[in-house]
Design a binder for this molecule. Sequence first.
Ligand SMILES: Nc1nc2c(ncn2[C@@H]2O[C@H](COP(=O)(O)OP(=O)(O)OP(=O)(O)O)[C@@H](O)[C@H]2O)c(=O)[nH]1
Ligand SMILES: [Mg+2]
Length: 442
Amino acid sequence: MYDNQERKRRAVLVGINSRDLDDDDFDASLDELAQLVDACDIEVLTTVTQRNPVLNKATLMGSGKLMELVEVVHMMDADLVITNEPLTAMQIRNLEDACKVQVIDRTDVILEIFAIRARSREAKLQVEYARLQYVLPRLSGMHQELGRQGGASGSLSNKGSGEKKIELDRRIIEKILSDLRKDLEQCATERRTQALKRSNSGIPRISLVGYTNAGKSSLMNALLRSYGSDDKDKQVMEGNFLFATLDTTVRSIQAPGFRKMLISDTVGFVSELPHTLVKAFNSTLEEATYADLLLNVIDYSDEEWPKQMNVTLSTLKEIGAGDIPVINVFNKADLPRTFRDEQAPESTLPYVRKDRDTVNIYMSAKYSIGLDKLIELIEEVLSKGHVQCSLLIPYSDGAAVNTIQTHATVEAIEYLPEGVKIKATLSNRDYGHYKKYELKED
Ligand SMILES: Nc1nc2c(ncn2[C@@H]2O[C@H](COP(=O)(O)OP(=O)(O)OP(=O)(O)O)[C@@H](O)[C@H]2O)c(=O)[nH]1
Ligand SMILES: [Mg+2]
């Protein structure tokens, strides 16, 4: 929690519409920036915008806009300026000179959130790696700047002392980065070994993916409350701020009459997730690539959901999880919608809509509406390529009964004098193992 003794940092945001976004999109991107800043526990004082800019290499904005910014910063006694556009080293220096306060960009904000939230050793290493990687090219930006100052003729041999210091910093950072890379590789190897163990267990793996704040952790907790252990410690953290989750958590659930499943919750996505972060978090995100099925959790109360969904789909492709079957979970469908949607659900939840290529469910993780329906859909998708059969397993092969009960969906089970009669849906692999017990007359 925020400590009142210390003054909360106060920022002026700068929104430059450099990408020719229409007004609504531009406003939405600034809203998201404000939410990111809020997640860093920084107060947003106001936003200075420039809607039709010619990007200025030295100061990002034109001189008139810069004068306005300086005045606002001064009047509102801000501690910080935050821009939506990525800044070069030169722009930072010039803006800081003009505004007399620290100047950072959206990527810095995301990196700071990640640094605050990282809990596990791996997440901390990943954040550190991403931060240093973001700093490096900016050092070389400064390097060029100072180089020009150091030697009036621009001669490379005439190095200023600032430039030497930067070179030294650069070498130190490169050394730290290489050490971090080794540590991260070690973590990734451990993670892969665990993932392999899980995949050999034959228990299907389901990954929760989606835009940050969509409700992935809430859905995980709801599933755990209904179908997992009662142990409170096993709940994952959920919260109404961006990037509540950074670490991967895997838990098992089993709904009555269904097989056991492993569910994993992990870091959410955001548009223009800094590339250094995607790279640094690759092994965490990798969890999704091992899944048999992805639940793409969408915040259906947010008008921006189609764009957010596209971000999720393209991030999944980028990490190599683009071909895994998906169920779209339109979450927060309990909240009133302020936008038109041709395919809006009927008033009663849960509502399932299947198209030729997609399976969609409208539900609410927070109020546990639609969990049983979701489990049915999961089962249905997982069962594609599965075989429904009746088996008579002799009492001598108790292990087979156990395996089937954990791996497969058991529709009926009967204890007969000659053995255990089970009607179940088996994966092709398990069917191969146990078809010797198949009862043909069923
Ligand atoms: N009204 C409503 N709110 C929900 C629902 N599901 C989640 N929320 C709220 O949405 C916020 C974000 O939920 P989380 O579960 O932390 O979201 P997340 O996707 O795990 O977010 P990150 O970990 O930050 O990526 C919390 O305040 C939840 O209480 C829902 O079905 N309905
Ligand atoms: Mg979460």
